[in-house]
Design a binder for this molecule. Structure first.
Ligand code: GDP
Ligand code: IMO
Ligand code: MG
Length: 422
């Protein structure tokens, strides 16, 4: 059985934890889009790992982890991440990690361009992670990007980077920002690439061989449906297809290779960065931040928090073809008396049960809520669905009903072990 794990909200749903949990019964774990804008937290046996570009399957021995062609790779960032994870006792060997020769490269100037654009946008900024993701994908689509396979030819890489730095410098000069030396950037990127070279592979051939051999493939999504460049709250989105389709284009495996799509959502909603968030609730944000929860894994920014929004979830289940839900962070609601679930948006007096496209419609969307009683007890030690309090079971049942998909997993704590399988 081959499975996509996809985020149904604005990212940080707990995808990494679910991927890690399911890796035990998988052979290959594949990242197919995004870059080190992602931050996936996995806690196992009391040790916390934060993964950005490395698939969350690296924490298991004997599994193949693939960074697919659809990912944008910051070589300097990836080497730092490998070193950090290796310092935690996890070896990242060439048989464990394969990097697609077709993946695109994030250069240091892409990060600077990302930051410059945010400054120029001022109050309209996207609130990006400043990891250069948008500019790197823009170069890919604009056919001026650099790919992993290009590193077989140092002279070509040097010439391409030199040209790209000269173009970027014109923009930095316009913004009154410092410009960059192409030679220094070439040296930094080429040096980092040497650590990655043994991992480079024709991952499309590897994945097809695994598929034909009936191995179990697990696709790890990054970001979430509402950050998808087509389906999200544009322009407050990331620059890739975060939804299920991205797993195919970003890996080279066809749709018929995939049987299951697990949509991951929190039992409430969170968002980092700018953009619409109809169910945002300052009280819930303060409460969760007070518990030390909901700070971003990549940038440390506090995430805005709000009530469960089934308008988003219903849409996300549609566009991803979700077959099963994984609901994480149920324990975050343990101490609340009354819980709100958004079932629709009222926009100019008309009820909408799917998200609008227009930016100004989002601004006028007023959530329509129904209330459910809380359970007011600790769920973090529950190991089966039956052990969950009746009110929590009712909350989950209503969530599944409103989304039109069954629940397969519930998270009641950050540790791998705090996962209930139905
Ligand atoms: P991802 O980007 O989708 O992998 O999610 P992140 O790791 O960025 O954010 C999810 C956060 O919730 C992390 O801090 C996880 O450790 C934590 N987490 C995941 N599932 C649960 C859960 O069921 N309960 C609790 N308390 N924390 C969880
Ligand atoms: P994971 O995989 C949450 C958000 C940024 C910003 C927007 C664009 O951990 O769920 P970008 O740097 O991608 O150009 O930023 O997308 N964003 C995320 N938010 N989780 C993520 O990844 C995110 N990756 C990007 O905050 O709003
Ligand atoms: Mg995250």
């Amino acid at each position: 059985m081959n499975t996509i794990i996809t985020g149904l909200q604005w990212g940080d749903e707990g995808k990494g934890k679910i991927v890690d949990y399911l890796t035990e019964s998988a052979d290959v774990v594949i990242r197919s889009q995004g870059g080190n804008n992602a931050g996936h937290t996995v806690i196992t046996n009391g040790t916390k790992y934060i993964l950005h570009l490395l698939p969350s399957g690296v924490l298991w021995d004997g599994k193949i982890n693939v960074i697919g062609n659809g990912v944008v790779i910051d070589p300097v960032g990836l080497v730092e991440e490998i070193q950090r994870i290796e310092a935690q006792g996890v070896a990242i060997t060439p048989d464990k990690l394969l990097i697609s020769d077709r993946a695109h490269i994030v250069l240091p100037i892409h990060k600077e361009l990302d930051g410059a654009r945010e400054i120029a946008l001022g109050p309209h900024k996207i609130g990006t992670t400043k990891r250069g993701i948008g500019p790197a994908y823009a170069d890919k689509i604009n056919r001026c990007g650099l790919r992993v396979a290009d590193f077989a030819d140092t002279a070509y890489v040097t010439a391409r980077i030199t040209l790209r730095v000269a173009e970027a410098n014109e923009i930095f000069a316009r913004y009154g920002m410092p410009t960059f030396e192409a030679a220094a950037i070439c040296a930094e990127v080429l040096a980092a690439f040497e650590r990655l070279r043994p991992h480079v592979s024709n991952t499309i051939a590897v994945l097809h061989a695994a598929w034909k051999a009936d191995q179990s493939l697990l696709f790890e999504g990054a970001q979430g449906t509402l950050l998808d460049v087509d389906f999200g709250t544009y322009p407050f989105v990331t620059s890739s297809n975060t939804t299920a389709g991205g797993a195919c284009t970003g890996s080279g495996l066809p749709p018929m290779a995939i049987q299951r799509v697990i949509g991951v959502c929190k039992a409430y909603t969170t968002r980092v960065g700018s953009g619409p968030f109809p169910t945002a609730d300052a009280g819930l944000s303060d409460y969760l931040h007070g518990l030390g929860r909901e700070f971003g894994a990549t940038t440390g920014r506090p995430r805005s928090c709000g009530w469960l929004d089934t308008v988003l979830l219903r849409f996300a289940c549609m566009v991803n073809g979700v077959t099963d839900l994984a609901v994480t962070n149920l324990d975050g609601l343990d101490a609340y008396h009354t819980l709100e679930i958004c079932t629709g948006y009222s926009i100019d007096g008309t009820l909408h049960t799917l998200p609008p496209a227009a930016r100004d419609a989002w601004d006028r969307a007023v959530p329509v809520y129904e209330q459910l009683p809380g359970w007011n007890c600790d769920t973090t030690a529950c190991t089966t669905y039956r052990e969950l309090p009746a009110q929590a079971q009712a909350y989950l049942a209503r969530l599944a009903d409103l989304c039109g998909a069954p629940i397969a997993f519930v998270g009641v704590g950050p540790d791998r072990a705090q996962t209930i399988a139905f």
